[in-house]
Design a protein around this ligand. Structure first.
Ligand SMILES: Nc1ncnc2c1ncn2[C@@H]1O[C@H](COP(=O)(O)OP(=O)(O)OP(=O)(O)O)[C@@H](O)[C@H]1O
Ligand SMILES: O=P(O)(O)OC[C@H]1O[C@H](OP(=O)(O)OP(=O)(O)O)[C@H](O)[C@@H]1O
Ligand SMILES: [Mg+2]
Length: 283
């Protein structure tokens, strides 16, 4: 039976549980449980703080883990990175007070930088030959410059709202992160088979996210133009209708392009356009 370590509570928990549920793995997790048996797939869920997940997977306490790449890089442990999972997107960045006379990385020489990611920061500074003092704190990093604890910070940035609220500006992005599926090295063969099945399910879910299935009726005379507008998986599906002047066209469109494509299709005479949610793309 596979054991997957996931974040017990916090930013990754909900999306991890949703991904598992979409993959047919359901578990009722009590607020105090540390381990939960799942239904639908032979797995146990180990509920941990995210900081502890890379180590648990490296040691083999858990076979797999779902955690931010930032934590994997920080802990520097030996785990296999299997697939990015497409949520928990953020970056680790250096930020300085808005009023600082910042011209480039040399500014950090001799300065104090507060962070919860000392290992990633120290590797970066070494590579750039910058000598700064690293102050490790576990939370509320952005407040450090305002209370005189540091001159700058190195922390997670997503929308940038927290930096603005604290009078800071991002000056260097060091690591792009998102949640990843990690595995213990030397997974036994029978568990590897289960992992392959799980990855197959995850990939098809991730691929279908942000995609819509679109159906429409189209005058036959507009087909060539429609084919230029629509990409489709291989190409759009064309079905004949009882009316010989019309056909039905089906295509998969990224959500980000949906309205633009619909406007173009309406422009060439498409009617009765239906947009459906795509649950899975199984290849
Ligand atoms: N603002 C954000 N936007 C997107 N992803 C984020 C953001 N902040 C953090 N993350 C990602 O989510 C992960 C978990 O963040 P969270 O704030 O829940 O961590 P935590 O407080 O360290 O939790 P834990 O109690 O498990 O140690 C981070 O390591 C990062 O990968
Ligand atoms: O760029 P933003 O969108 O503002 O996000 C960045 C903030 O999000 C995270 O904190 P979180 O809100 O999870 O609180 P925490 O620090 O208490 O974990 C992170 O530690 C940053 O402080
Ligand atoms: Mg943590």
């Amino acid at each position: 039976m596979l054991r997957i370590a996931i974040q017990a509570k916090g930013r990754l928990n909900e999306k991890t549980m949703a991904l598992l549920a979409d993959a047919g793995i359901s578990a009722s997790v009590g607020s105090r449980s540390l381990i939960a048996h799942a239904k639908g797939f032979p797995v146990d869920l180990l509920l941990l703080r995210d900081d502890d997940i890379p180590q648990a997977v490296a040691m083999g306490t858990a076979d797999l883990g779902i955690v931010g790449l930032n934590e994997v890089e920080e802990k520097g442990v030996d785990v296999h990175r299997i697939i990015p999972l497409g949520f928990g997107g953020c970056r680790l960045s250096l930020a300085v007070p808005r009023e600082a006379d910042y011209k480039g990385l040399e500014w950090f020489n001799g300065r104090r930088i507060a962070t919860s990611y000392p290992a990633i920061l120290s590797r970066f500074l070494k590579e750039k030959e910058i000598s700064a003092e690293i102050h490790t704190i576990t939370g509320s990093v952005e407040i450090a410059p305002a209370i005189g604890m540091a001159d700058a910070i190195f922390d997670i940035v997503s929308s940038g709202g927290t930096l603005i609220q604290n009078g800071l500006v991002e000056v260097e992005s060091v690591l792009e992160s998102q949640s990843v599926l990690i595995a213990t090295p030397d997974l036994p063969a029978e568990k590897q088979e289960e992992l392959d099945k799980l990855c197959f399910r995850f990939r098809s879910i991730i691929e279908s996210r942000g995609m819509k299935y679109v159906l429409m009726n189209l005058p036959k005379s507009s087909l060539d133009e429609a084919l230029k507008i629509l990409p489709g998986m291989k190409s759009p599906t064309i079905l004949h209708l009882a009316d010989p002047e019309w056909l039905s066209l089906h295509a998969v469109i990224p959500e980000s392009q949906l309205w633009e494509k619909i406007e173009q299709l309406k422009g060439i005479g498409a009617e009765d356009i239906l947009v459906l949610v795509l649950e899975n793309i199984v290849k």
